[in-house]
Design a binder for this molecule. Structure first.
Ligand code: SAM
Length: 322
């Protein structure tokens, strides 16, 4: 089993399958993806080994992320590999939704259970100004298609003072009739966005207080849940969540590990470096991989130290899939 020295258990793997992203979000890749890194991304047989090795160590949920995972032509095969791994109960994807409408059927057919889509604004002009793409409408249609196909859908929006700081009302109106969970993520500081962060970081705490004072109640979570605090309301079909990485005890419930698109294990989103596990993916069984993973986990820190401005090796979150 994957357990660290602080007693945290790891049931959840975030697997990045590419660093490349076609969006240029102001807080992440404002100048678009720059091809300055190793683009020798994990192949299907390596992905199969990762899924099997983690599953044998108790992982139950795999999230496929990027960069933008839908830019990989073999994404349905990747989903299929994860979904058919013994022990894996949930396969999820995080996407900007650019290709959702055309591709979601193939993902569901391959075994996808749940879908996270990033939408930072419900105002099409603001959406375009943040991402560089006038795609909000087609992304919303893709979400509808995903819901029709039975997917559990979550939408993530990064909370930013100068962009969507006053959109809570619009998000809540959407949730009235839409059976999704919308999660507001506090903007995180990364190596590349320090000035943007200073101008735009907003705490989710006042929103939490507003929700609690207006009939929203906390949802009880299970152990494969993410780090969001979620809330429900009897008059709303959707739920709302807050991801507040700067809040006290955020890391105490950490249950996830990350693999980069080039096969590096990241013990934390803001770790100093990735630990190369690629050599162990070339073998016929996963025994050595499992031993390595257990050993490397010994170095996992108690917390990310983000509140003190340490952003580790993470220049932007497209490197690791958020
Ligand atoms: N391309 C996919 C997408 O757009 O969802 C997956 C990768 S993206 C890096 C994953 C998530 O990280 C997105 O929801 C994005 O908004 C979020 N993200 C990126 N940079 C962030 C930051 N500095 N602070 C908080 N969230 C961030």
């Amino acid at each position: 089993m994957l357990k660290d020295k602080f007693g945290r258990r790891f049931h959840y793997l975030r697997l990045s399958v590419t660093d490349v992203c076609n969006f240029s979000c102001d807080y992440c890749l404002p100048d678009g993806y720059q091809c300055d890194s190793d683009r020798n991304f994990l192949g299907l047989s390596e992905i199969r080994q990762i899924c099997a090795g983690f599953a044998d160590l108790g992982t139950k949920k795999i999230r496929i992320t990027g960069g933008e995972p839908s830019l990989r032509k073999d994404l349905p095969q990747i989903i299929q590999i994860a979904a058919s791994t013994t022990g894996i109960e949930q396969v999820a994807i995080t996407t900007n939704g650019y290709r959702l409408e055309q591709q979601v059927d193939a993902w569901v057919d391959a075994g996808l259970n749940s879908l996270n889509v990033s939408i930072d604004s419900l105002d099409p002009r603001m959406f375009e100004s943040i991402t560089g793409h006038d795609k909000l409408e087609t992304i919303l249609s893709g979400i509808k298609r995903g819901l029709d196909r039975g997917l559990k859908v979550k939408v993530n929006g990064v909370l930013m003072r100068q962009y969507n700081g006053n959109e809570l009302g619009a998000f809540l109106s959407w949730l009235k009739h839409t059976p999704i969970t919308f999660r507001l993520i506090e903007l995180m500081e990364t190596g590349d966005n320090k000035d943007f962060f200073k101008l735009n970081h907003l705490s989710g705490e006042p929103i939490k207080q507003y929700l609690l004072e207006n009939g929203w109640s906390p949802v009880i979570q299970n152990n494969t849940a993410g780090p969001a605090q979620e809330f429900w309301h009897p008059d709303y079909q959707g739920k709302i969540g807050l991801i507040m990485p700067y809040s006290k005890d955020f890391c105490a419930s950490c249950n996830r590990l990350r693999i980069s698109a080039t096969g590096k294990l990241h013990l934390c989103l803001f770790a100093d470096k990735g630990l190369d596990i690629r050599p162990y993916l070339q073998q016929t069984d996963t025994l050595e991989l499992q031993q390595q993973l257990q050993q490397l986990l010994g170095d996992k820190d108690a917390t990310h130290w983000l509140d003190q401005g340490f952003t580790g090796a993470t220049k932007h979150l497209a490197m690791l899939g958020g």
